[in-house]
Design a protein around this ligand. Structure first.
Ligand code: ADP
Length: 758
């Protein structure tokens, strides 16, 4: 489509250029350039003018032949180089002797050129020669026809005209030849197409020359004929010059508009001849560029500018088109004034303007139909069309743009609303494109999953570490049917409820997914605690009661089976056990609710107090209990009784889970900004796989779970809770069969000078 348009346009430009363009525009430009730089008039040319003043003095034209003879003789006395009489001499006078006398005068002068006029009758051009006696007396004849353009302005002449049988040089050329002035060979001007066989009598014209005018009428030196007749011609005014005699009075009709003629004063034919003579002498005659060359130039220029139309924005395309038009006009001016060759730029100008208009019309057309289509699409697919707010009256495109702008505004509002809805969801929510790219992730999603949930990341990547609780990996997007929940865990074991739904777009490619990942860790944690509490109730509290009941039943059925002393002792042990359990549990529960005290505590005191408390236990098991504490103060802040309880639990465990005859050591020292309390035993150790859940409530691991060691799996949970309350942490190192080391880290909050090592 574009190609066809371009080719058609270039062909049009070529054709217009071939036809020498658009008369008016080109003519106007030609005249404009001509006026810019008129040529200087030659002083070698003198016009003896039959002007208004001469008519006033001598009388109405035509003057008598005797007066004309007088004029010829007076001029001839001054010996001009050539004398051209641009007077109508084709009618014989009534008295033949007068013509004879005039012929004599002409012959005597010896350098007279007489005019051949042309008259057109019934479409045939006919030459009108001077009457035979005069014609034969003249040195040469020259035609004086001018070539007005369509607008009546005379810009050119043909240097040779006539029929096949007889041709005449232009009057100016004939004068130059008579005067013996050099004339360019070949003659300037455009050649007529070589006519193979001209019809007999057909009028032929050749050497079409455009005139570089020196100025408006009166530019060449002019002497009124009356002055010559009166004999007051300055001496040597005409000698050696080319003298033209002709009428310049407007009333005599031989005047024409020229590019340089003032509107009121046209240029007389005789002065046009003067200009032609001048051009021929100075070599400034102009010609028109060959049609083919003009066409090529035009097409080249247009072809250079054309691509800017579709490559550039309309503003630049306009600038380029205007520049192209300017270049065409400028180039033609430069060619005309510099080379004397006229390239009519009108075709290029018109082609560029037409292209620009057509192209922008097409653009506008497309934009308008796009707007209409788009509005239609919006109307079909949603209620986002602007309400009844009236579009401004005016241009159709403006109204459509206004509608579309409103519709787009609404869409953007809806989009902003949607994203703020997603953003404000309490759970992690992600919008995912059909290809799995994350389009949008809300704040919670970024908080939970960090960079992996950033816009543009791959959803499948984000879910890569997830496993379904029901088994299998959580693959994207097929793991779960849309609209269903699935519980899953990420690589770190965190529990989430995963759900997603499809948002169908207009096109398949617009389809997106909204996925949510609800963090259910608190829920699961609460569930676990509830389960443990239930287990605690069902087992750890119920079983001692069951045992007591069994003992009582046994005693009732056979009081001799168990001595009373023994029975009571056993019952007492069961009750104590239940009490201890209840106490530990309450202690732990209280920890979660009761506010911790914040008092200055000495770490060394803590260790010594706890060791004291455990001393009898160690004693009973023959375990050596050592303490290693720095000899300076160990300032801490916290709840003294909670911290002591925690240490007692650790030391107690060390004793409890170690065989008799081993050692337990408590060491307190500094590590960076921490106080470290390490409790080391030589007991049975804890398997690596059990170490992770040591600190969970009710978790008893290894043999302790089955062995008769009293305990409920609450001690370490308490330790951990206390340490974390104090901003510290707990670590455990253990090797099965060799022993364990539990390390408490408590922040050394009080800024005292660093204690000296040693
Ligand atoms: P318990 O009341 O059972 O001692 P804890 O929470 O204090 O409960 O300890 C949890 C489990 O950790 C114990 O049952 C035991 O299996 C193990 N454990 C704790 N301390 C030690 C230790 N020093 N050496 C070996 N095992 C230990």
């Amino acid at each position: 489509m574009r190609g066809i348009a371009v080719v058609a346009g270039l062909l049009l430009a070529a054709l217009l250029a071939w036809q020498n363009g658009l008369g008016r525009l080109d003519a106007a430009l030609y005249d404009f350039f001509s006026r810019l730089a008129p040529t200087a008039p030659s002083q070698d040319i003198v016009v003896v003018a039959i002007d208004e003043s001469s008519l006033a003095k001598v009388g109405r034209w035509p003057w008598s032949r005797d007066q004309q003879i007088d004029l010829i003789e007076r001029i001839a006395q001054q010996a001009p180089a050539a004398l051209g009489l641009d007077l109508l001499l084709s009618e014989p006078s009534a008295d033949a002797s007068v013509d004879q006398r005039m012929a004599e005068a002409i012959r005597r002068s010896g350098n007279v050129v007489l005019p051949v006029f042309t008259a057109e009758t019934a479409g045939r051009v006919q030459a009108m020669l001077p009457v035979p006696p005069l014609a034969s007396a003249a040195r040469a004849l020259g035609h004086v026809s001018v070539e007005p353009d369509a607008d009546g302005v005379v810009r050119s002449v043909f240097l040779r005209e006539g029929t096949q049988e007889r041709q005449w040089n232009h009057f100016a050329l004939a004068l130059l030849r008579v005067a013996g002035r050099p004339v360019a060979d070949p003659l300037p001007g455009n050649r007529a197409p070589a006519a193979a066989e001209a019809a007999p009598g057909a009028w032929l014209r050749d050497f079409w020359m455009h005139i570089a005018y020196a100025g408006p009428a009166g530019t060449y030196r002019t002497i009124p004929a009356a002055q010559v007749l009166a004999g007051d011609l300055p001496d040597g005014a005409l000698a050696g010059r080319i003298v033209l005699v002709g009428s310049t009075a407007a009333g005599l009709g031989d005047v024409y508009p020229t590019p340089l003629s003032a509107r009121q004063r046209f240029t007389p034919g005789v002065e046009i001849s003067a200009n032609v003579i001048d051009n021929l002498m100075s070599g400034t005659a102009r010609r028109i560029v060959e049609p083919w060359a003009g066409a090529v130039l035009t097409v080249l220029l247009v072809a250079v500018v054309l691509p800017t139309l579709w490559l550039f924005a309309p503003g630049w395309a306009l600038a380029a088109s205007v520049a192209g038009i300017g270049t065409a006009a400028g180039a033609s001016g430069v060619l005309l004034l510099g080379q004397g060759v006229w390239w009519p730029p009108g075709a290029a100008v018109l082609a560029l303007a037409a292209f620009y208009l057509a192209w922008n019309w097409r653009r506008l057309e497309r934009a308008a139909s796009y707007l209409v289509d788009e509005l239609g699409r919006l109307k079909r697919h949603g209620a986002v069309l602007p309400g009844d707010a009236a579009a401004p009256a005016g241009d159709l495109i403006d109204r459509r743009i206004h509608d579309l702008a409103r519709a787009t505004g609404r869409l953007l509002d809806v989009q902003a609303f949607m994203s703020s809805v997603i953003e404000s969801l309490p759970e992690a929510a992600l919008a995912v494109a059909a290809d799995g790219r994350i389009l949008l992730a809300n704040r919670e999603a970024v908080r939970q999953f960090g960079e992996a949930a950033a816009e543009g990341r791959d959803m499948a990547r984000l879910l890569a570490g997830f496993t379904l609780v029901s088994g299998g990996a959580l693959s994207w997007p097929a793991a779960v049917a849309p609209g269903h929940f699935a519980e899953c865990r990420d690589a770190a074991g965190r529990a989430f409820l995963f759900e997603y739904a499809q948002c169908a777009g207009q096109e398949a490619a617009d389809t997106a997914w909204i996925a949510t990942l609800v963090d259910i860790n608190p829920l699961r944690e609460a569930e676990r605690k509830r389960d443990q509490a239930l287990r605690f109730l069902s087992h750890d509290i119920r079983s001692p009661q069951g045992a007591i009941l069994a003992l009582l039943d046994l005693h009732r059925s056979d009081p001799t089976e168990l001595p009373q002393e023994e029975l009571l002792d056993r019952i007492r042990r069961y009750v104590l056990r239940t009490q201890a359990l209840a106490e530990s549990f309450v202690e732990l529960a209280r920890l979660a609710t009761a506010p911790a005290r914040d008092e200055p505590v000495d770490g060394a005191d803590l260790v010594l107090d706890a060791a004291d408390e455990c001393w009898s236990l160690a004693q009973a098991k023959q375990i050596a209990l050592g303490t290693h504490i720095p000899d300076h103060g160990v300032p801490l802040r916290g709840d003294r009784s909670q911290l002591t309880r925690a240490l007692v639990n650790l030391i107690g465990n060390a004793i409890k889970y170690s065989p008799a005859g081993t050692r337990v050591d408590c060491r307190l020292d500094r590590e960076g900004r921490w106080w470290r309390i390490a409790v080391r035993d030589q007991g049975r150790g804890i398997a690596a796989e059990d170490q992770a859940r040591l600190f969970q409530e009710f978790s008893r691991v290894g043999a302790a779970a089955e062995s008769g060691e009293p305990g409920f799996g609450l001690g370490l949970a308490f330790v951990k809770a206390v340490v974390e309350r104090h901003g510290g942490r707990i670590e455990c190192d253990s090797v099965v069969g060799q022993g364990s080391e539990f390390r408490l880290f408590l922040p050394a909050t009080v800024n005292k000078p660093e204690p000296q090592a040693g």
